[in-house]
Design a protein around this ligand. Structure first.
Ligand code: GLY
Length: 331
């Protein structure tokens, strides 16, 4: 049996991935697999889900998918909408700066083959997610950081521009007056934009983009450019993406965890809940003071979302219907 088939079988039958006993079970479970495939709900494709209420961005991705575009193009172009939206102070142009007044962006993208690209601490370039895609497609690397990432972007034709808007500068100056380093995680509105899509061909891609924690220490990087933490896609199983306090997502490698839980038979909803459970159940967890939220989709097009606190939502386009769904939450 090819390794990939083995992994798929493990997922469909709910069998764990421990090699010793599972190989034996696989042989017996052909009829189980047939039963499992019968009960898989056939979901209509394409579909796209996003963290938070980002209607315009999700609508753009939907437009790409509807016209037969790939999931990869959809998530990139969808995220681009929010990166250009200066009203949204957590992503792209107009993002809130670090404590020294510098806007620094993190983003990543992953395609149906498991290829990925990422940018870290990118300055002066609005469309971080598109630079991440160029890293994935035009270099042998996965991640570029700082000046190197900026120079690479410029070499690929991205125009440098000032990302600190008057509104974000004003907010930063007000924060400075208080002169106290207290990161803000907005639990009611936006944070990282994460987007997962399945195209008409049934292939999955994902992306996420952020200006990171407002007024962070210079040089701080969160989960969003870290493959497996902020985002993970396995085209045979599903995908997950995170929003909220990146440090907590990194410590639990949240998105990879969710995909692996789905591989073992959990629904996207159950997997998101368990990933949040890993954070809140730590003996020293300070979860009352921060937000983390996940969204996930499996290969069958079932979706899930869960957060620590109330206020997180998922935007979903499917069957020409768009919905903003308040997430279930822990507290
Ligand atoms: N989730 C965004 C960050 O922590 O930077």
């Amino acid at each position: 049996m090819k390794r990939r088939n083995f992994i798929k079988r493990a997922s469909l039958t709910g069998v764990g991935i421990a090699v010793g006993n599972t190989l034996a079970s696989c042989a017996e479970n052909t009829s189980e697999e047939a039963k499992a495939s019968q009960i898989i709900k056939k979901t209509s494709l394409p579909l796209v889900i996003s963290t938070w209420e980002v209607k315009n961005a999700t609508a753009k991705a939907w437009e790409v998918l509807q016209s037969g575009g790939s999931a990869l193009d959809a998530v990139e172009q969808g995220c681009n909408v929010e990166e250009s939206n200066v009203i949204n102070q957590t992503v792209g142009k107009g993002g809130l700066p670090d404590r020294d007044g510098n806007v620094t962006l993190d983003a990543c993208i992953m395609d149906k083959y498991g290829n990925c690209g990422s940018v870290v601490y990118l300055q002066n370039i609005t469309h971080a997610v598109s630079v991440a895609r160029k890293v994935m497609e035009d270099t042998p690397h996965v991640m570029l950081a700082g000046k190197g990432a900026e120079q690479f972007a410029i070499s690929k034709g991205f125009q440098p521009e000032e990302l600190l808007t008057e509104a974000s500068k004003e907010a930063w100056e007000k924060w400075k007056v208080k002169a106290k380093y207290k990161p803000i995680i907005n639990i009611e509105n936006h944070d990282t934009i994460g987007m997962l899509a399945i195209d008409k061909g049934g292939d999955i891609s994902g992306a996420c983009t952020t200006s990171g924690l407002a007024y962070k220490l210079a040089g701080r990087v969160g989960d969003s450019p870290i493959i497996g933490s902020g985002l993970f896609v396995d085209n045979e199983i599903g995908a997950a993406v995170a929003t909220g306090l990146g440090e907590e997502v990194v410590k639990t490698v949240g998105s990879f965890l969710i995909v692996e839980l789905m591989r073992q038979g959990k629904s996207p909803q159950e997997a998101c809940e368990e990933a949040i459970g890993r954070i809140v159940s730590k003996p020293d967890s300070n979860y009352k003071n921060f937000q983390v939220g996940y969204i996930a989709v499996n290969k069958q097009g079932e979706t899930g979302s869960y957060s620590i606190h109330k206020g997180f939502s998922m935007t979903k386009y499917q069957d020409a219907k768009n919905e903003n769904l308040q997430s279930e939450h822990y507290t």
